[in-house]
Design a binder for this molecule. Structure first.
Ligand code: CAA
Ligand code: FAD
Length: 387
């Protein structure tokens, strides 16, 4: 059987979770993938199902409505969902590894108690960092925040490319209070849609079409002073430390995507006959399949190693960047090969393989482009040499 994860270090709970997510992905997600792709819209029943299954609060404390699971558990969920639909996977990834984690790690007890039960039950979240003029150079943001006479905050500006924003009711927002301080003027806020957030242009994309990506505008949006997350001026550290974790999640999404494409194509190659035998019996095919299997395994090892390092409280930033960089390369290459292994059928949308291929491209762009991962790896690897 294909798709068995050969990492040996998962706990019993983590293995059970993997099986439960596989069932959810097959029974609930798979039948809806084609229609969602056509309509470029997430099916609300899937979002509802993810919440009902407890998959939207994996690491959240049970007292706040969560499952109290490990970071690895969150990574397993992302990988398994991506095998069936990378759009559903990223919805879950952003909500868990970015939005919930910001609150869990940095917010006051009051903010956690106010928002985390809702984020566990039925309220979807978005993470608003990028802007039209600041993507890789994220700390050069223009969105501003200033205090009014009561100490509450007023946010003005535009965020771009915001995942989940068409469906979200809650937003983690980064804004600059004093450009003269550079990135040390950046603050993080817990923002409700009802505070006055405007969801604007929805992008039409190459891939992950069912995942919403919109511009989000803030026009004199007033945020209560209690909704500042962490200390004033520490927003930049919150953003990048959360992204270090998120990058492991995107690595997992890309591993799942590669595995999903691999399984579909290899199954087909076992059935499709040419020259009176299954095409998978040709050694030329077998060698390509073996290379792809090795690439996926190596990518998965990087992802789970980074996850375990993080859980053990050890440095993991370099490994997270490596996991994301390598997994997104593997996803592109394996999903491209998978199309070829299926010949003409692989080129049809019916095979599901063009979708995996188109979806794979995003791994090299969001949560820091491949060059940003390379810059991070270079910096840390060089520092290790100097140490
Ligand atoms: N981990 C921890 N701290 C880091 C760090 C990292 N990986 N990279 C930089 N920092 C810290 C530095 O230590 C420094 O802080 P101190 O002064 O306190 O030491 C500060 O950040 C600035 O460092 P640099 O001058 O080296 O940073 P920079 O301004 O050149 O760039 C960056 C920093 C914006 C974080 C950039 O490296 C980066 O990662 N850009 C990509 C942004 C990104 O990932 N956006 C994702 C948006 S969310 C998303 O995409 C979600 C989705 O699609 C699903
Ligand atoms: P740019 O920064 O303009 O990069 C253009 C090119 O220049 C890239 O090849 C890049 O690698 C290269 N480059 C830039 N700087 C350097 C450098 N220093 N060294 C070498 N090369 C460099 N953002 C959010 O905040 N929240 C979200 O939920 C979110 N979801 C997204 C969903 C989708 C579908 C997409 C497409 C984007 C999303 N983003 C989100 C934004 C995403 O994080 C940015 O697109 C990404 O960080 C790159 O920024 P940019 O698009 O401005 O590219």
């Amino acid at each position: 059987p294909f798709g068995i994860n050969s990492l040996s270090k998962l706990s019993e709970e983590e293995e059970m979770l993997r099986e439960a997510v596989q069932r959810f992905a097959q029974d609930v997600v798979a039948p809806k993938v084609e229609a969602m792709e056509e309509n470029e819209k997430m099916d609300p029943e899937i979002i509802k199902g993810l919440f009902e299954q407890g998959l939207m609060s994996i690491e959240t404390d049970p007292e706040l409505g969560g499952a109290g699971g490990s970071f690895t558990a969150a990574i397993i969920v992302i990988e398994e969902l991506a095998k069936v639909d990378p759009s559903v996977s990223v919805l879950c990834d952003v909500h868990n590894t970015l939005v919930n984690t910001v609150l869990r790690k940095y917010a006051s007890k009051e903010l956690q108690e106010k928002y985390m039960p809702k984020l566990s039950a039925d309220t979807l979240g978005s993470f608003c960092l990028s802007e039209p003029a600041s993507g890789s150079d994220a700390f050069a943001m223009k969105t501003s925040c200033k205090k009014d006479s009561n100490g509450d905050w007023i946010i003005n500006g535009s965020k771009m490319w915001i995942t989940n924003s068409a469906e979200a009711e809650f937003f983690i927002v980064f804004a600059q209070s004093d450009p003269s301080k550079g990135y040390k003027g950046i603050n993080a806020f817990a923002v409700e849609k009802e505070h006055g957030v405007e969801i604007a242009k929805k992008e039409k994309k190459l891939g992950i079409k069912a995942s919403s990506t919109c511009t989000v505008n803030f026009d004199e949006v007033k945020i209560p002073k209690e909704n500042l997350i962490g200390e004033e001026g520490k927003g930049y550290k919150i953003a990048i430390e959360i992204l270090n974790e998120g990058r492991v999640g995107i690595g997992a999404q890309m591993v799942g995507l590669a595995q999903g494409a691999f399984e579909k194509a290899v199954r087909y190659a076992h059935e499709r006959e040419q020259f009176n035998k299954p095409v998978a019996t040709f050694q030329g095919m077998q060698f390509q399949i073996a290379e792809a299997a090795t690439q996926i395994e190596a990518a998965r090892a990087l992802v789970y190693n980074a996850a375990r390092l993080k859980e053990e409280g050890r440095p993991f930033t370099k490994q997270a960047a490596m996991a994301k960089l390598f997994s997104s390369q593997v996803a592109q290459s394996v999903s491209g090969s998978a199309i070829e292994w299926c010949g003409g059928y692989g080129f049809t949308r019916e095979s599901g393989l063009p979708k995996f291929w188109s979806d794979s491209k995003i791994g090299a762009i969001y949560e820091g482009t491949s060059n940003i991962q390379r810059a991070t790896i270079y910096k840390l690897a060089s520092a290790e040499l100097d140490a």
